[in-house]
Design a binder for this molecule. Structure first.
Ligand code: DGT
Ligand code: CA
Ligand code: CA
Ligand code: ZN
Length: 584
């Protein structure tokens, strides 16, 4: 679907208009249209072709024309002209949280501040405090946000990089003479953010492979090229390195470039103990000076007397000892996930009807799907009052009849209020199939209070899962502060599940906290928290995080079959974990 790109174009259009000082009504019209297009569930290209686009609420004739041009040509002249007149570096300032286009327009038009660097210099010199619409307090906040911004542009999210990597791999697979292509580095290890993307290809002759690579549609610029290595930029300046190696060196190169550095150091030390020196090309026998190639990673690990270790574990966090002892976990896989326990619909802030969400769940092969719309006090998300929740029950009943093959569960993502009480009465919560409780407000409470608040929610007899337990947003805000160990212990004691929220901007719990939770016996639920049908696909990012946390299928409640899950949900708290012993 073209919708994401079209929404981004409209948003960019609005920014450009605003920086040029255009009429506020026109700016607002573009912003509203961007939101509409983003939440459409039909392809905007289809709507343009059928002429129905101008019938969509909030899309007038002018914007319909812009969308038509965009669908037809992939670009819009008026927008390109505006962009040509304003430096890109001015638009880059808009990526800083708390700095909107209005402020950017003032900074650029009145004060000549035209880049993030210029902004930082002005803020450090205290010059922004004197600008009427900014002031000392906002200047200080902007400086804090600038630090975070630099971190964020330095590293991209897993969810942004994996789709690019898959496109590039598919492209390189079509290069002449290529035998194998694989991404390595932090992406292969499933880290939540990626510094740069490392791709390895096996071929006898590197030249044609590299030439084919730089012709990929994603490539913006070639920044370096040598005999076997090419570096390019994609996606607004994100670096991708391609290395082409001989097929019999592929295993050694893949192991080396997958890392982590800390893991590699240990493996090299083991090789040395066995009279072998290991580098990215293979082994060298120290005594005989003989080369010993490693075409596969299994060859590398076998040479140091270890079984193959999954990339998600290669952080030197005990995986080598576990491998040595034959105690590596059988890690959870996407295919182990049987259902979704946290999803939204049009009833709150989702973009699709319950029926549409269930259709996607069915296509993804899920056996159950929980509708957990927000509760009333979350006004910004159109949260449900008890009355609307009751009405929703009727729609759920209808959809259940229409979709007998995917079991619809009626749930709620209920607000954990500032004092730890919940937005719905125990009576209402008891009537639901599944209850996810989350914090979306009062993030700045003292840590002791936040801990008590979370523990109170965990101890509620009807709460099944705590949603995105730390509240962090990658590159945007840290989680709220609380006593993590105390909260994990409370969850373990009551058998309340903690979520790995799979949305790429959250991945919350993170890998280390999820690992600690599972060690303490806390049930884990991996949820997409989908607000759009496409977002059910986020599940794989949550599963990668779970693998980095050493989780097995039996640590995760939504690997249970429907009947097992229903039995677990029906059991009174404290719920002993594990609900059923799994036979492999
Ligand atoms: P990133 O890109 O910051 O998200 O993280 P990585 O792990 O992808 O790191 P990167 O791209 O610098 O290097 C890829 C892999 O290459 C890394 O995981 C391990 C290996 N590597 C790089 N530099 C060294 C090094 O100095 N020593 C060793 N042993 N391995 C290295
Ligand atoms: Ca990398
Ligand atoms: Ca690299
Ligand atoms: Zn949610």
């Amino acid at each position: 679907m073209l919708n994401k790109a079209a929404a981004e174009l409209l948003e960019g259009f609005a920014d450009a208009l605003e920086i040029r000082g255009a009429n506020t009504f026109r700016v607002r019209a573009f912003r509203n249209a961007a939101r509409r297009v983003d939440s459409l569930t039909t392809d905007v290209a289809e709507l343009v072709e059928s002429g129905e686009i101008s019938k969509v609420r909030g899309i007038g004739k002018g914007i319909a024309g812009v969308l038509g041009e965009f669908v037809e040509k992939g670009r819009v002249d008026e927008y390109e002209e505006m962009r040509a007149e304003i430096p890109d570096s001015v638009f880059e300032m808009l990526l800083i949280p708390g700095l909107g286009p209005k402020t950017a327009a003032t900074l650029y038009n009145k004060h000549g501040i035209d880049s993030v660097d210029a902004l930082e210099a002005a803020a450090r010199a205290g010059e922004l405090a004197g600008i009427r619409t900014i002031g000392a307090k906002r200047q200080a906040r902007l400086l804090r946000e600038l630090g975070r911004f630099r971190e964020r542009i330095a590293r991209r999210r897993l969810g942004d990089v994996l789709p690019i990597a898959e496109r590039l791999i598919a492209h390189v697979e079509g290069a002449p003479g290529v035998q194998t292509v694989q991404y390595a580095g932090s992406l292969r290890r499933g880290r939540e953010t990626i510094g740069d993307l490392d791709i390895l290809a096996a071929a006898e002759s590197p030249g044609p492979v590299m030439e084919h690579f730089i012709a990929a549609e994603d490539v913006e610029e070639v920044v370096g090229t040598g005999g076997t290595k090419t570096a390019v930029l994609v996606n607004g300046g994100f670096q991708v390195d391609l290395l082409v190696v001989a097929p019999d060196e592929f295993g050694a190169a893949l192991a080396y470039f997958t890392g982590s550095k800390e893991h590699n150091i240990e493996i090299r030390a083991r090789a040395l103990q066995r009279g072998l020196s290991l580098n990215e090309r293979g082994f060298l026998d120290a005594e005989t000076g003989q080369r010993r190639p490693a075409a596969t990673e299994e060859d590398v690990y076998a040479a140091v007397d270890l079984p193959w270790i999954d990339p998600a574990l290669r952080e030197n966090r005990g995986e080598i000892e576990a491998a040595e002892a034959g105690a590596l976990p059988r890690l959870i896989e996407l295919g182990d996930i049987k259902g979704e326990l946290h999803g939204h619909s049009l009833w709150s802030d989702g973009a699709a009807s319950i029926g549409q969400m269930v259709d996607v769940a069915r296509r993804r092969g899920l056996a159950y799907f929980a509708v957990t719309d927000h509760s009333g006090s979350l006004l910004v998300a159109n949260g449900l009052s008890p009355e609307r929740l009751a009405e929703q029950t009727e729609e759920i009943a209808r959809e259940r009849e229409a979709s007998p093959d995917v079991r619809l569960l009626h749930g709620s993502e209920v607000e954990i209020l500032a004092d730890g009480s919940l937005d719905f009465s125990d009576e209402i919560l008891a009537s639901l199939d599944v209850v996810v409780a989350s914090v979306h407000s009062n993030f700045n409470q003292p840590p002791e209070q936040m801990t008590e608040r979370l523990v109170a929610a965990i101890e509620n007899p009807h709460v099944d899962i705590i949603g995105h337990p730390t509240g962090r947003m990658l590159g945007l805000r840290d989680g709220y502060t609380f006593d993590v160990e105390a909260v994990l212990n409370a969850a373990a004691a009551t058998g309340t599940a903690l979520e790995i929220n799979a949305a790429p901007e959250r991945l919350d719990l993170d890998d280390t906290t999820a690992r600690r939770a599972a060690e303490l016996g806390v049930p884990i639920s991996i949820n997409s928290d989908a607000h759009h049908p496409d977002s059910l696909a986020y599940m794989r990012y949550g599963v990668l995080t779970a693998r980095r946390a050493w989780l097995r299928a039996e640590d995760v409640i939504n690997t249970l079959s429907l009947n097992e899950l229903l039995a677990w949900l029906a059991r009174p708290k404290p719920r002993r974990w594990m609900p059923t012993a799994k036979s492999d």
